[in-house]
Design a protein around this ligand. Structure first.
Ligand code: ATP
Length: 365
């Protein structure tokens, strides 16, 4: 009987629980034993009760739940070969022959490293007397499948990562709330959203809320960004708009590579010699990661979880290790390293649609 383990790793994202639920139940449905590795790679390295057999009912109610109920962690030990050796040993001792990992680019990179090193790790476990040859024989090939769970939507190999639409919905909801005060008091709000390297959330929130101006890492602002922003906002105000919303990603930059901070934007909007707007900063922070998963994430997680288990069961030693993507609305398998190779490229969305035009539709609404 095949034993399939699922784990979540890296930053938590809504929909991770739905992923775990789908993988556990699909594995059981296909006649396999399902396991969960708790606390990300830490669980693999430490073993013991962090690797647990799961039954159908163990994941009851997990479909909508935010965060990840099996825990996640940044695991330093897994960066070291010694840590990965312990992880390999724990997998074999538990009889696990396949691993499904839901995480971001770091987690998938770690998974690929683990897979490529696997034969050497087995040899080392045998040569150092930690395991006998007969014990490892049936585990000669490590079967790994990746699922992309991250609120940032920062991987170019897939249209949507599990969690990104929940975070986007949360941001839009927060901006809607902020707008009530902005409008009432005729104020400006600078809303900082997550995205150190990827501005997908800021860009989409800008379009979805009709924000006056946005800053994203992929489109460093020209030297004249101050005049540009103030000009647009001035224009909107002149047309009667009582609220001003500027959305700024954490990783916002100018052309020289200098950081543009919410404070800089606020000072500019509040400048007595300029727009002189009563301006506040709102840092949304971890609110963006919390809460239940939106319908799209539940659906994506479930369909991709099903596909991940199918990929595990269909894999042969010759099959390239894959991750599960969604491309033009179709759930597909792609080579694992394709998931991470273009992580920090210009946001894929900007390449495909005319966001300048979409943003220019904003007005005094
Ligand atoms: P997020 O998008 O939320 O940052 P992530 O998966 O990119 O998620 P990381 O913190 O980069 O998050 O990685 C999670 C864990 O994956 C690390 O703590 C580490 O255990 C493992 N990992 C990451 N990169 C590597 C690597 N190059 N080699 C081995 N393990 C790695």
């Amino acid at each position: 009987k095949k034993k399939i383990a699922i784990m979540t790793s890296g930053g938590d994202a809504p929909g991770m629980n739905a992923t775990v639920r789908a993988c556990v139940r699909m594995a059981i449905h296909m006649g396999c034993d399902a396991y969960c590795v708790y606390e990300g790679y830490d669980g693999l390295v430490r073993g013991g009760d962090l690797i647990r057999r799961m039954e159908w009912h163990d994941v009851r109610g997990w479909l909508s739940e935010g965060g990840t109920l099996i825990g996640t962690a940044r695991c330093m030990a897994f960066f070291e070969r010694a840590g990965r050796l312990k992880a390999a040993k724990n997998m074999i001792l538990n009889g696990i022959d396949a691993l499904i990992i839901c995480g971001g680019d770091g987690s998938l990179t770690g998974a690929d490293r683990f897979r490529s090193e696997w034969p050497e790790l087995l040899e080392e476990l045998i040569s150092t007397g930690q395991l006998k040859k007969e014990q490892v024989n049936q585990y000669r090939h490590l079967n790994i499948v990746g699922l992309v769970g991250s609120i940032d939507n920062d991987l170019s190999g897939t249209d949507a990562t599990i969690g990104c639409y929940s975070a986007l919905a949360r941001i839009c909801y927060a901006v809607d709330l902020i707008e009530a005060t902005a409008s009432s008091h005729s104020r400006a709000f600078v809303v900082e959203v997550m995205g150190r390297h990827c501005g997908w959330l800021a860009l989409m929130a800008g379009v979805a809320t009709g924000a006056d101006f946005i800053f994203i890492p992929e489109k460093p602002r020209e030297d004249n960004w101050r005049e540009e922003m103030c000009g647009i906002i001035h224009e909107h105000r002149k047309r009667g708009k009582r609220k001003t919303i500027v959305i700024i990603a954490e990783g916002a930059l100018d052309r020289q590579g200098n950081k543009i901070t919410p404070e800089m934007v606020k000072d500019l909007l509040a400048d007595k010699n300029g727009l002189a707007l009563d301006t506040r900063i709102t840092t949304l922070g971890h609110v963006q990661r919390g809460g239940t998963a939106v319908a799209y994430d539940r659906m994506l997680a479930t369909l991709q979880g099903v596909e991940a288990v199918k990929a595990v069961l269909e894999a042969t030693p010759e099959t390239p290790t894959c991750f599960i993507a969604v491309t033009e609305n179709k759930i597909t398998r792609k080579p694992l390293m394709e998931a991470v190779k273009d992580t920090k490229e210009v946001a894929k969305a900007i390449e495909r649609q005319d966001f300048e035009l979409a943003m220019s539709l904003r007005d005094a609404e």
